[in-house]
Design a protein around this ligand. Structure first.
Ligand SMILES: Nc1ncnc2c1ncn2[C@@H]1O[C@H](COP(=O)(O)OP(=O)(O)O)[C@@H](O)[C@H]1O
Ligand SMILES: [Mg+2]
Length: 284
């Protein structure tokens, strides 16, 4: 399907102070793909995402979403297609109540009241936050805010969901809840994260950004198995792919003590790595 391909071509972004955040970034993401964009702090991940629906304007290069090249003329249409969830939900929630925030997008589309109401209820139900509808967003917990921020985007029925560090700052339960919710979104997903265990579960493809350029782009498992590449880009294997202190004490011994994951001894299936839920993730 040529529909809703995300294409980034030779994207360069220089901030007004002269910082070159993106040097020359190119990739194509097909409809329905789930893609992680990872990289050390300052690699350019947020800058890249903010181009995908025109919050930032490219210094040079091209962004194409489906049949539209991003420009002033196509901006409104592209923003309907690409739902952007910012890293900080406080940047997304600004209305007096959760309901108003989730209704904001559909309201601006000029939809009928009944349609808006339905969109809000559906979006809130999807993130399991219906009971929060009358609350002021500033009373919500971190995990609730994140879910409501996602609902503000889902209420626009986006074809492409873009999320900047969705699990940062969440406790293990809120993180799990959020991952289940993202698992349920079957359109295209583009996610930046330091939480490589989440990436391993949710994204079949990973792009590594390093100092504003694409250092690698391929199947997530392949990329995470390349230790030299990860080291070059200042990244570490996800915890679930590191030697587990219970099943492979050899691997643990080789790691310097301060890097040993703080994994509580786990019970049932010590050899079933994929079902370990270590819930480790680095905050940015
Ligand atoms: N508004 C800004 N003005 C100047 N430089 C910025 C601005 N925002 C980000 N940068 C710089 O651009 C680079 C990429 O930042 P960012 O996209 O936030 O990286 P990441 O999200 O991967 O941590 C960094 O060097 C950062 O300091
Ligand atoms: Mg960032």
């Amino acid at each position: 399907m040529s529909h809703h391909i995300v294409e980034v071509k030779q994207l360069r972004h220089v901030y007004p102070d002269g910082t070159v955040a993106l040097r020359d970034v190119s990739f194509r993401i097909h409809h329905g793909q789930s893609v992680a964009i990872i990289g050390a702090n300052g690699a350019g991940k947020s800058t890249l995402l903010l181009h995908l629906n025109g919050y930032l304007t490219a210094t040079s290069g091209i962004i194409r979403i489906g049949d539209h090249q991003l420009s002033k003329e196509t901006l409104a249409e592209i923003r309907r297609t690409v739902g952007m969830v910012f890293q900080d939900p406080d940047d997304q929630l600004f209305m007096p109540t959760v309901y108003d925030d989730v209704a904001f997008g559909p309201l601006n589309q000029g939809l009928d009241t009944a349609v808006i109401e339905q969109r809000v209820v559906d979006a809130l139900a999807r993130v399991d936050a219906l009971e929060l509808r009358n609350k002021p967003p500033y009373h919500l917990s971190g995990g609730e805010k994140k879910r409501v921020a996602i609902a503000t985007v889902l209420s626009m029925l986006p074809e492409i969901l873009v999320l900047d560090e969705p699990t940062s700052g969440l406790d293990p339960r809120a993180r799990r809840q959020l991952m289940a919710l993202l698992q349920d979104f079957h359109h295209t997903r583009i996610i930046t994260s330091h939480d490589l265990d989440m990436v391993l579960e949710l994204c079949e493809r990973t792009i590594i950004l390093h100092e504003g350029t694409v250092m690698a782009d391929g199947p997530t498992l392949e990329i995470f198995s390349n230790e030299a590449l990860l080291a070059t880009c200042h990244l570490e294997k996800p915890f679930s792919m590191q030697g587990c202190p219970v099943c492979s004490p050899e691997g643990t011994r080789r790691r310097p003590a301060q890097q040993r994951p703080l994994v509580p001894p786990h019970g049932d299936h010590p050899h079933d790595h994929h079902h370990h839920d270590h819930d480790h993730h680095h905050d940015p």
